[in-house]
Write a protein that binds this ligand. Structure first.
Ligand code: URP
Ligand code: ZN
Ligand code: ZN
Ligand code: ZN
Length: 486
């Protein structure tokens, strides 16, 4: 399976099954318009043993015909930033691997890479075993892990070296949340070195945690305790400073780096400066930064708490800058950063003090529908949309071409997308365990209709029809820096 450099022009690196046009297929997807990152074409798709074995040509007999008339046939979404069954902020999230991945599937996503989080004092092996136990028997789509390292000691440092061989080829470090996840610069440098040596990509939550804590405590001391002050206590420069520092640390050890949830023009400027210097600095943004602003945190009756996530939502100007960066392909993907903290039961812990509001918002199901509005608005072409939500994240995180594309030999993870279907996003139609949607009331056109996971229909007419537990763990390929073969 995939084992090479993530580059869009690379040929598939695993052996393709031979195409035998006369073979009876397990499934044929008929009459659709196939969209990949490289183009749009009219073709039927033949599927056998979970893989795509034929695109175009004559396809007649199959156990099942899926009709895609009037629809786009696209690779299933790849969401490389979810927090399922999270125990952060001293509480437990509403979505586990069951509800979270069913929601993902209903939204057209067939692969997630979730954050496996090390507790303080815990070995990485124990953290993985714990995450495996959370996923087992429940997970509806294929999945991988990034490893969140919170507590670096000699044992953990040695263990990091072994993760890429186990298919965990990315580590996440936090520059914020002192006392919970935050690491120092030395730990970052050591992790970057280890990642470089063993074939992993370091992902960074880039915010200057001490500066944010300083402003936060100052606001509270002044009696400014409402959710809105969460946004004011984490201004763009806090993110931009940490983004520049993280990139500098990667540069010092001469390696690559991936900035998670980049939100604003100031941080983007630091990324672009680094790219101009030739640094392999990559970044994602998340759906919420394209649609929400800091004014949403000022909604009355504590409703602003729904939009407390970090880094915070920014301004309309920043949204425009992010859309432009997606168009220019200087951001790799749009992730959901799905965090399921209930409005009633989690968020309300911070009614009198915004510091106690668990950070994060849901969006794993809404992601494709929301980003697709960029196609309707003429901001993105169809291939760019597919690249952003499926192909490029699969490439960056070592899953391409098994995942993220429609090609002979690839897993038959397919979303049949109805470009004419419309809805108004509302929580009661979502399939997660949440009590609110970040995009409630937002009118969308273009929705997933049918979703296949490795050739099996798991969503029909936006309802889950799969079998929980059939999602498989993905051993991801090692990260290879472009231009620097291993
Ligand atoms: O607010 C957020 N994003 N919470 C989840 C943890 C993280 O920082 O990604
Ligand atoms: Zn983060
Ligand atoms: Zn996150
Ligand atoms: Zn439903």
């Amino acid at each position: 399976r995939p084992a090479s450099t993530p580059s869009p022009t690379d040929p598939p690196s695993f052996s393709r099954p031979s195409v035998q046009g006369t073979d009876r297929m397990d499934v044929i997807v008929k009459n659709g318009t196939v969209v990949t990152a490289s183009g749009v074409s009219q073709a039927d798709i033949g599927i056998k043993d979970g893989r795509i074995v034929q695109i175009g040509g004559t396809l007649e007999s199959a156990d099942r015909i899926v009709d895609a008339s009037g629809c786009y046939v696209m690779p299933g979404g790849v969401d490389v930033h979810t927090h399922l069954d999270s125990g952060d902020f001293g509480t437990k999230s509403a979505d586990d691997f069951g509800s979270g991945t069913i929601a993902a599937a209903c939204g057209g996503t067939t692969t997630v890479v979730d954050f496996c989080s090390q507790d303080r004092g815990q070995s990485l092996g124990d953290a993985i075993a714990y995450w495996d136990s959370k996923a087992e028997g429940k997970v509806a789509i294929d999945y991988g892990y990034h490893m969140i390292v919170t507590d670096m000691n000699d044992g953990v440092f040695a263990e990091l070296a072994t993760l890429p061989d186990r298919g965990i080829t990315s580590f996440k470090l936090f520059m914020a949340y002192r006392g919970m996840n935050m690491i120092d610069d030395v730990t970052m440098l050591k992790s970057l070195e280890q990642a470089k040596k063993y074939g992993a990509l370091v992902m960074v939550h880039a915010e200057n945690g001490d500066a944010a804590d300083y402003l936060r405590d100052k606001f509270v001391a002044e009696g400014k305790t409402e959710p809105y002050y969460h946004a004011l206590s984490r201004p763009p420069r806090i993110e931009a400073e940490a983004t520049a520092r993280a990139i500098a640390l990667a540069e010092i050890v001469d390696t690559s780096i991936y900035i998670v949830h980049l939100t604003c023009g100031e941080a983007l400027d630091e990324l672009l400066r680094a790219k101009r210097r030739g640094v392999d600095a990559l970044a994602e943004t998340c759906t919420q930064y394209l649609y929400l602003t800091k004014e949403d945190l000022a909604r009355p009756n504590f409703e602003g708490a729904k939009f407390v996530f970090t880094p915070p939502a920014r301004s309309v100007e920043d949204q425009e800058i992010l859309w432009k960066a997606l168009q220019d392909r200087v951001l790799e993907t749009v992730s959901s950063d799905h965090c399921s903290w209930l409005f009633k039961g989690h968020k309300d812990k911070g009614r009198d003090d915004f510091r106690k509001i668990p950070n994060g918002a849901p969006g794993v199901e809404e992601r494709l529908m929301m980003v697709y509005q960029g196609v309707n608005q003429g901001r993105l072409s169809l291939p760019e949309f597919v690249d952003l939500v499926a192909t490029r994240p699969a490439q960056v995180f070592g899953m391409f071409p098994q995942k993220g594309t429609i090609a002979v030999g690839s897993d038959a993870d397919i979303v049949i997308w109805d470009p004419e279907a419309t809805t108004v996003i509302t929580q009661s139609e979502m399939h997660n365990n949440m009590d609110y949607s970040s995009y409630e009331g937002h009118a969308v056109k273009g929705m997933p209709k049918t979703v296949l996971l490795r050739g099996k229909v798991i969503v029909e007419d936006r309802e889950y029809v799969g079998t929980p537990g059939e999602g498989q763990f993905l051993k991801r390929a090692k990260y290879v820096r472009p231009g620097k073969p291993a």
